[in-house]
Design a protein around this ligand. Structure first.
Ligand code: DOR
Length: 433
């Protein structure tokens, strides 16, 4: 099966220009094909930009065990709509993905259900070193150095030393210092208003844990990825770290700040917490100067009923996969960043950092995971249009310019102008380590 995408403005690794892209059986075979090349399917993409599919390296898709919030089908419908062609999912499901058996069980569920390509982290516990050493079908190890949704937590130094010292997979971590968070919570009697969430999970908690994890990685010479950087102080600190260290920012830390609690309340209760406007600016600065290489969503759906409980009963987390690319393209439309930067943050960097085979770029021999975007399309985000099972978004009522209009996974169109094709599944992501 051959597909020709012609007349698009194509984001190649080193230039953006007019090219015709030829795909055969799910693989890109030519990036400068003739407009009249023979193909079974011809997609005329005049007026559109073609970019690599988004790779979201931090999502919580809730299956198994928490499927009243989301499942792998509803989540990957949202991915297809949002231009996300591959995702890496976190281990805080039920059961937790903390053994090779649980990892393989999750991969087996995904094989029959995911509309896009999938990978799953293995979660660290204080005692599962052998599982972390034996896992291969995974991008890497996730450590909750501070606790969040679920009960995964490793904050004892001796356990952390062993994980960094005696495993080989890349590691990523949720960095909020547990003892600081607990002391802050005690001082505020657990907190009574959602704004207390940012006082409990404060800038110090984030910086202490990030420094601690980076110190472990540097001493043990271990590849390490700092998830969801939320403070200007972490960005400053990360500027001086080695090539072993990469870092990531999330849309909610780029677009929301403390002022938004008045409007959105617990809908934007997140771990790490939403921070000040100065922090938001600091995280943007880190992205623009290359200190932060990746944008991922931390898509973490909870039902509205759960979210509307009074703080601190309300859970932390918000959904984002179906709007993340549009949120960033809207910044391109407003001149804050370039399309090439968005492609670097959301496609190329995650593929490189997690050693994904054949992903993250429009290159001959790479998988045809592609998104056609209309940089001029303007749409208001609305709860009623969301495909995520939880059915709401903190961006409800926001008008964004720049939207994915067609998503291809391994050469197959899975989303086109509002319609999904659910006839086939995505594939397990492969890693070259
Ligand atoms: O706010 C969050 N929610 N942060 C996390 O790290 C986990 C996530 C969840 O799974 O709900």
């Amino acid at each position: 099966m051959k597909t020709l995408i012609r007349n698009a403005t194509v984001a190649l690794p080193d230039e953006i220009g007019q090219f015709n892209v030829l795909i055969e059986n799910g693989t890109i075979i030519d990036v400068s094909a003739s407009a009249s090349a023979t193909a079974d399917e011809v997609i005329d993409a005049k007026g559109l930009h073609l970019i690599p599919g988004v790779i979201d390296d931090q999502v919580h898709f809730r299956e198994p065990g928490l499927t009243h919030k989301e499942d792998l089908l509803t989540a990957t419908r949202a991915c297809a709509k949002g231009g996300v062609t591959s995702f890496l999912e976190m281990p805080n499901t039920k059961p937790t993905t903390t053994s090779v058996t649980a990892l393989h069980d999750k991969l087996a569920i995904a094989a029959g259900k995911c509309l896009v390509n999938y990978g799953f982290y293995i979660g660290a516990t204080p005692t599962n070193l052998a599982e972390l050493q034996n896992a291969t079908r995974t991008p890497g190890i996730k450590i909750f150095i501070g606790s969040s949704t679920g009960d995964l937590l490793v904050d004892e130094q001796s356990a952390l030393e062993r994980i960094f010292g005696e495993t080989t997979l890349p590691i990523c971590a949720h960095c909020e210092d547990e003892s600081t968070v607990r002391a802050n919570a005690a001082a505020l009697n657990g907190g009574k208003d959602v704004a207390d969430h940012s006082r409990i999970r404060d800038n110090r908690a984030a910086l202490i844990a990030t420094k601690r994890a980076v110190d472990l990685a540097e001493r043990h010479k271990h590849q390490f990825h700092v998830l969801h950087v939320s403070t200007a102080e972490e960005v400053e600190f990360l500027r001086g770290t080695s090539d072993l260290i990469s870092a990531e920012a999330c849309p909610h830390h780029l677009f929301f700040s403390l002022d938004d609690y008045a409007r959105l309340g617990t809908l934007i209760q997140m771990n790490p917490s939403i921070k000040s406007k100065a922090d938001t600016e600091g995280v943007w600065k880190g992205l623009l100067d290359g200190t932060i290489e990746v944008i991922a969503t931390d898509h973490a759906p909870h039902t509205l009923e759960e979210k509307r409980q009074p703080y601190p009963k309300s859970p932390s987390g918000l959904p984002a996969v179906e709007n993340s690319l549009a949120l960033m393209l809207n910044e391109v439309a407003h001149g804050r960043c370039l399309l090439s930067q968005v492609v670097s943050w959301m496609c190329e960097a995650p593929a490189r950092i997690w050693h994904m085979k054949g992903k993250g770029a429009i290159r001959v021999g790479y998988d045809a995971d592609l998104v056609l975007v209309d940089l001029n399309k303007t749409v208001e985000v609305r709860n009623e249009d969301q495909l995520t099972k939880c059915g709401w978004t903190p961006w409800h009522g926001t008008t964004l310019t720049g939207w994915p209009v067609r998503t291809l996974v391994m050469g197959r169109t899975v989303f086109l102008n509002g319609q999904l094709d659910e006839s086939q599944c995505g594939s397990e992501i492969q890693y070259s380590r």
